[in-house]
Design a protein around this ligand. Structure first.
Ligand SMILES: Cc1cc2nc3c(=O)[nH]c(=O)nc-3n(C[C@H](O)[C@H](O)[C@H](O)COP(=O)(O)OP(=O)(O)OC[C@H]3O[C@@H](n4cnc5c(N)ncnc54)[C@H](O)[C@@H]3O)c2cc1C
Length: 388
């Protein structure tokens, strides 16, 4: 490695957590380079994201306001099967994964961001970390950050004992252009965070910016999530795809089998308020099973894990993204002032790990409590798509 005054950090994973890490590390004088597995345009997995203070704080430091990348809601409403919705005032900002990705990616035009870079191996020799990728490319740095999500290769290399486990329920999802939905349905959903819950299921919906960050009415998207208890043994058939590709953690839009779509529409008719059943019918549905990855460790020698790679929180906390941002911000503070050739700031890194693990454990518990209260993932509640 060429002698350099700045600490070189290899960031594995170029989603929102990896981009936040690149910003935070650059802000403390490190030279970050991002390596992302996706070969082409990043596929939007996250859909809607509830704006949280940690995300807002980084956007402001980058010269943007949270409002510039969000749709503002006025109230919440609870739908019911047979009576009128119950509404109350609750202002909130909602954004989307692709809107945030663009907002963070654009200011990093001078930073190395290499696509088609799937991490295969990490070697630490003295004070040098070498990352090897599937295409044979290698790179060196003084430190490595694993921001490579729930299936993290970095974590498998550092801590092979940690494995995600299925939480007992899936999230069916939709992200439809406002222009594709009937006017009366849009009128009901616009400006509101809408919920419905019953035994073994919960559905929620809100409007987010359009695919290019559009905020004008008519060009935004309606984001919905329908959580539903599903036995683990039925996951493979629900994740089976039209293209024949094999998926284990995410079934993308356009890939659902026709027979699954028919079963889903029938379940919607039978168990959702008519407005939500209509929304499901109008949507190109995709699916994510919900997994738990209990937090264990975040530091190993010259490497750290952040975001979902370090541990997941249930989506009901709406804080997966903000947790990744706060992990990145704290890590950068721990590395501030460290120069190549010096010993690692081990005490500061250990403090960072302790503080973040405490936070992650508390957030994980809060998420499981929220799910339990909605009878999601609990053994005695209703289950759907049960094969006979
Ligand atoms: C149903 C559902 C709803 C959710 N709703 C919300 C919400 O409202 N708000 C919120 O904040 N969070 C939400 N989340 C959580 C949120 O999606 C994640 O917590 C967040 O995206 C974590 O970001 P990350 O950068 O750590 O990981 P990811 O976004 O998973 O990114 C990991 C990146 O690493 C890349 N990668 C993977 N392996 C490799 C490799 N070997 N080499 C190189 N690159 C690799 C991937 O391609 C990907 O780009 C939700 C999650 C689910 C399941």
């Amino acid at each position: 490695m060429q002698p350099s005054k700045a600490v070189k950090v290899v960031v594995v994973g170029g989603s929102v957590g990896g981009l936040a890490a690149a910003h935070e590390l650059s802000a403390v004088g490190a030279e970050a380079a991002v390596y992302e597995r996706s070969a082409g345009r990043m596929q939007a997995r996250g859909a809607g994201v509830v704006m949280q203070p940690e995300v807002e704080e980084l956007l402001v430091r980058l010269g943007m306001s949270a409002r510039a990348v969000s749709v503002e809601l006025r109230e919440r409403q609870q739908l019911h099967l047979h009576v009128r919705p119950f509404r109350y005032e609750a202002p909130q900002l909602m954004t989307a994964w692709d809107t945030l990705y663009r907002a963070l990616r654009q200011p990093l035009s001078g930073v190395c961001y290499r696509l088609d870079s799937e991490l295969r191996r990490v070697r630490v020799e003295g004070s040098e970390v070498t990352a090897e990728f599937a295409d044979g490319y290698t790179t060196q740095g003084h430190f490595l950050v694993g921001a490579d999500g729930i299936g993290s290769a970095t974590r498998r290399l550092l801590d092979p004992s940690a494995h995600p486990s299925y939480a007992g329920y899936v999230a069916w999802r939709g992200l439809e252009p406002e222009s594709a939905l009937p006017g009366d349905l849009l009128e009901l959903l616009t400006g509101r965070f809408t919920f419905f819950g019953s035994d073994g299921l919960q559905m929620l919906c809100y409007v987010v910016p359009g695919p290019d960050g559009e905020l004008a009415e008519g060009s935004r998207r309606v984001n919905w999530v329908w959580y539903m208890n599903v036995p683990e043994r039925d996951l493979p058939r629900l994740l089976a795809s039209r293209s024949g590709k094999s998926y284990t953690t995410f079934l993308p839009p356009g890939e659902m089998l026709p027979e699954t779509a028919v079963e889903l529409a029938a379940t919607a008719e039978a168990s959702l308020p008519p407005q939500f059943a209509r929304l499901v019918r109008c949507s190109d549905v995709f699916m994510q099973p919900v997994f738990d990855l209990p937090p264990h460790r975040m530091i190993a020698d010259h490497a750290a894990l952040i975001g979902d790679a370090a541990g997941t929180v249930r989506p009901h906390t709406a804080s997966g993204t903000s947790k990744a941002f706060a992990d990145a911000a704290g890590l950068a503070v721990a590395l501030r002032g460290w120069a190549p050739g010096q010993d690692l700031p081990a005490g500061r890194l250990a403090d960072w790990e302790r503080e973040r693990l405490l936070h992650l454990v508390a957030l994980s518990r809060a998420g499981i409590d929220l799910a339990n209260r909605s009878s999601l993932g609990t053994a005695d509640s209703r289950r759907f798509f049960v094969s006979v």
